[in-house]
Design a protein around this ligand. Structure first.
Ligand code: ADP
Length: 469
């Protein structure tokens, strides 16, 4: 079985969120059982020398719309797994993946159309059996591959339905998508072209990144305008819970944290917390530390933390936030930092700092409005931080109430109503739990032992691949 696994971002080469983590970990985990080649664009900012990325000598020209585009293929190795890179100047020579923070480049349709057409060419030339496409950037390949007459199966994974790749109808021609597909059952969406819809319509199977999200997106509240269409496609829709790469996120062997620790010896976690608190200039080690790590967008529910800040600051607790995103949130968060000593905000994207924060944290705040899967809560649990989450999507599938009668994998605090008082109530319960050291330690260790591994997730994908071929 030969699989071409395509994504717009793969860790560590380019990452804006969880897609990159999965696109790195899943092909690696699958490679024990199938021949999986991961492929992504070779963005200008990827350091070729650092990763040993070299030209393969393979070049081709793809023609669509009224233009022809030259493509060059590169290859790199990452922990024994091969990653293929597609280079074309229009696609790759940019400072950002999709556009400056909060914006998208105007020609993203053309950029990623080049990537999609290149995928079809690679599938043809190298006889792949299955094309595993991820999110809207790769979605049109599902239709292009069939229009090219290839007998390649396609699997499309929805990592986040909120980003669909919606373009003007004039985009059809310049991206080389045949006009006959512009109809309600395929890629038309309120008069525009919708790439996500196109991928869902044409793929042989469609997955979401958690079982709950597969159900939720068929409802108007979470369907982002595609719920009716998804209900029609539900026979081929299945939810497979993402996992984390347990070798990257491993407190017993993580070079980014100041002390290692594991089940049965949590002393290192205390050292990590003290060291982090010193770094942020807080000396109240005895107080519980709550962290938030993620994009500052509406999805992640950061406004709940902003709304609750005045109350949070009155609690015997410390709060540390890491992220980047919408300028409106940045201003408000800066205001909180200025006003409250116990709230610290780190602006930017910092992989190593995120590891130090997971290791230092007692609790993770994840009040996402919606969450296709979410990796933070699983990472946090591996590092012994107890999650506080809005009961939605993948958060519902991975975090179960601490006081539930059955020990489900894992345990934390959930709130149903998306409002700041519900969040505050959970924070208060967490502070009460913090006082019960032995109970807290038992919960930490229980969560650290839960199997959120990518191997479990890979086994499900493998089964699905086999059923398609
Ligand atoms: P998303 O919706 O952004 O994909 P996920 O929970 O699926 O959210 O994945 C987020 C991933 O990105 C996690 O590995 C998280 O630790 C990481 N991350 C998010 N924001 C930052 C940041 N500012 N700095 C470092 N890592 C971050």
């Amino acid at each position: 079985m030969r699989v071409l696994f395509a994504a717009a971002e793969i860790f560590p080469f380019a990452k804006s969120g969880g897609l990159a983590d999965i696109a790195y970990a899943l092909p690696k985990a699958l490679s024990a059982e199938a021949e999986v080649t991961a492929v992504m664009p070779l963005y200008r900012f990827i350091e070729k020398e650092r990763y040993g990325i070299r030209a393969t000598g393979e070049r081709f020209t793809i023609g669509f719309g009224t233009e022809a585009y030259d493509v060059e293929i590169f290859v790199g190795m990452r922990e024994g797994a091969e990653v293929v890179f597609v280079y074309n100047p229009l696609l790759c020579d940019r400072d950002y993946l999709y556009g400056p923070p909060g914006e998208g480049y105007d020609d993203n349709d053309l950029r990623f159309a080049i990537f999609c057409h290149a995928l079809v060419e690679l599938a043809k030339k190298h006889s792949f059996d299955l094309l595993h496409l991820n999110d809207w950037h790769t979605a049109p390949a599902a239709v292009l591959v069939h229009d090219a007459g290839l007998r390649v199966k396609t699997l499309f994974t929805i990592h986040n339905l909120a980003y669909q790749g919606v373009f003007e109808p004039t985009s059809l021609k310049r991206t080389g998508i045949a006009k006959r597909h512009f109809n309600m059952e395929e890629c038309e969406f309120y008069g525009s072209v919708n790439w996500m819809k196109c991928g869902i319509a044409h793929a042989d199977a469609v997955t979401t990144v958690s079982p709950s999200y597969a159900v939720e997106i068929q409802e108007p509240e979470y369907g982002c305008g595609l719920d009716g269409f998804l209900r029609k496609q539900k026979e081929k829709l299945v939810g497979i819970l993402n996992g984390v790469d347990t070798s990257v996120f491993d407190p017993s062997n993580d070079p980014a944290i100041p002390a290692r620790y594991g089940i049965g010896c949590l002393e290192g976690k205390r050292i990590c917390k003290e060291s982090f608190m010193r770094d942020v200039d807080i000396d109240k080690y005895e107080l519980p530390l709550f962290v938030f790590i993620g994009r500052f967008t509406e999805q992640k529910g950061i406004e709940l933390i902003i709304e609750a800040a005045g109350e949070l600051a009155k609690r015997p607790a410390l709060f540390s936030i890491l992220g980047e995103g919408d300028p409106g949130y940045l201003n408000k968060l800066q205001g909180l930092c200025d006003r409250y000593d116990v709230i610290k905000v780190h602006f930017g994207y910092d992989e190593a700092l995120s590891h130090r924060m997971y290791a230092a944290a007692d609790f993770l705040l994840m009040p996402s409005r919606f969450e296709p899967c979410g990796l933070n809560q699983m990472i946090a649990m591996r590092y012994g931080a107890v999650p506080i989450v809005h009961a939605v999507g993948g958060l519902r599938d991975t975090v179960h109430p601490i006081d539930s009668s059955v020990d489900m994998c894992g345990l934390g605090f959930l709130f149903e109503n998306m409002d700041s008082s519900a969040l505050l109530e959970c924070v208060d319960r967490a502070i009460a739990l913090y006082a019960k050291k032995t109970v807290l330690e038992r919960i930490r260790e229980f969560n650290m032992e839960c199997d959120f591994s990518i191997d479990r997730c890979a086994a499900h994908y493998l089964e699905l691949y086999r059923s398609l071929l």
